[in-house]
Design a protein around this ligand. Structure first.
Ligand code: C5P
Length: 409
């Protein structure tokens, strides 16, 4: 859940700050991008140099930093994060947060933020038990701030014991992961998506491919993740970044794609947006084919497995909802309806990939799409929209079909 998440770590001034260096490591190991803000007090315990080396980024310390503030850096720092972690959260920082102070970079970022905030308090047990700290912590909890720790145990001060130790880095990581699980209409559902073209090798350097960019499939995976689903995206070779919050399996050929799809089951819904090559080279050469003499090598083809039809006809592990795509150049709706029946899927999203479609850049590779949404009962014509909007509309339909998750008591 932390992969590709952007975490802003605010390090406060306490002896536990040394553990925050390890926390940077633990978060980065899990794929999170960590940015660090340090208070003035924190710099008495650990150096910006150490935090910067571990986060591979500059460390922000100064509200009046001319370089960072020319574009209102404190606002950007908070907006560019998925989650803000305050660790260690000192009694002083908690007090400032509870009252909305903004007299340094850390507190300014916190006040300018609408993001989730996780605090890991660390202080002497007397300070934690003090009525003022109790009030501040209760106020923050009521404001929606999440807490992890403090734990009870030996303090840095000799002989002192009690609640006040900062939670261990891995406990903070687990708390962060829990907060980052998005919740939405598809929370608790597993959605499988295929996307992109496939590459069918002819020899080690040549392959058969098509013009699919993967933009529509990737947009569907991203939209499903934003709706709270657990998403597995099986992607052919594309020039797109992995969508945030999505488990991506990269494959090359149709046969690899089928294997990855089968391995990802069970799923509640499967959306097959990939433009899978219908044929592959009957026998791919093990070495690069040579252009010797005049003989042009014949290219014998073999049929690829139809992933959509295979999954639609599974007797035991068929997802409750199977959605196919159809790219046609003529008789778009009639062909797509016939395809829906033949392949055994529930819905078909059909588009016209002919030049007539008038979509700028063409449907394949372009950023927009005009589709016909075909079910057993009806045909809907969705107006031209961005691939992201088409994805969101499709995901909303999937969510509406499933309804709220039945809770098992
Ligand atoms: O038959 P056609 O290729 O037009 O069908 C398109 C739909 O079938 C798409 O959803 C595509 O992802 C899927 N398909 C597949 N495996 C294939 C061919 C197509 O899953 N070998």
């Amino acid at each position: 859940m932390l992969a590709q998440k952007r975490i802003l770590l605010i390090i406060g001034g306490g002896i536990a700050a040394y553990k925050s260096l390890d926390l940077i490591r633990r978060l980065s190991e899990r794929g999170a991008a960590v940015r660090v803000v340090m208070t003035e007090a924190a710099q008495h315990f650990v150096t910006p140099l150490a935090a910067g080396a571990l986060s591979h980024d500059r460390v922000f310390t100064d509200l009046f930093d001319r370089e960072a503030e020319h574009d209102i850096g404190h606002i950007r720092l908070s907006r560019e994060a998925d989650l803000i972690i305050v660790a260690p959260a000192t009694a002083d920082l908690l007090a400032k947060m509870a009252h909305g102070f903004a007299d340094d970079l850390a507190t300014c970022v916190l006040l300018a933020s609408d993001k989730k905030v996780l605090v890991a308090p660390a202080m002497n047990p007397q300070m934690w038990a003090h009525a003022a700290t109790r009030r501040n912590a209760a106020r923050l909890a009521a404001d929606g701030v999440a807490f992890v720790g403090p734990n009870a145990g030996a303090m840095a001060e000799r002989g002192e014991n009690g609640p006040g130790r900062m939670a261990e880095p891995l406990e903070i990581v687990a708390a962060a992961a829990r907060l980052l699980v998005p919740s939405g209409p598809l929370t608790g559902r597993h959605i499988l998506v295929t996307s992109g073209p496939t590459h069918e090798p002819i020899d080690p350097v040549r392959y058969i491919a098509n013009r699919s960019s993967g933009k529509q499939g990737h947009a569907i995976a991203a939209a499903a993740a934003r709706a709270g689903a657990q998403v597995t995206l099986v992607s052919g070779p594309v020039n797109l970044p992995d969508p945030i919050g999505v488990e991506v399996r990269h494959v090359e050929s149709a046969r690899d794609m089928l294997a990855a799809v089968e391995a990802a089951l069970p799923a509640d819904a499967a959306v097959f947006a990939a433009a899978v090559a219908d044929w592959r080279a009957a026998s791919a050469a093990g070495e690069k084919m040579k252009k010797d003499g005049n003989a042009i090598p014949p290219l014998a083809l073999a049929e690829n497995p139809d992933i959509l039809a295979t999954v639609s006809h599974l007797s035991n592990r068929r997802p409750r909802l199977v959605v196919g795509f159809a790219a046609e150049t003529e008789n778009v709706i009639a062909y797509a309806q016939a395809k829906r029946a033949r392949k055994g899927c529930d819905w078909i999203v059909a588009n016209d990939v002919s030049q007539r479609s008038g979509i700028p850049g063409g449907v394949m590779g372009g950023d927009s799409n005009a589709v016909h949404f075909i079910t057993a009962e009806a045909v809907e014509h969705w107006p031209e929209a961005s691939k992201t909007e088409v994805a969101e509309r499709l995901v909303a339909r999937i969510a509406a079909t499933f309804g709220p998750l039945e809770t098992v008591s």
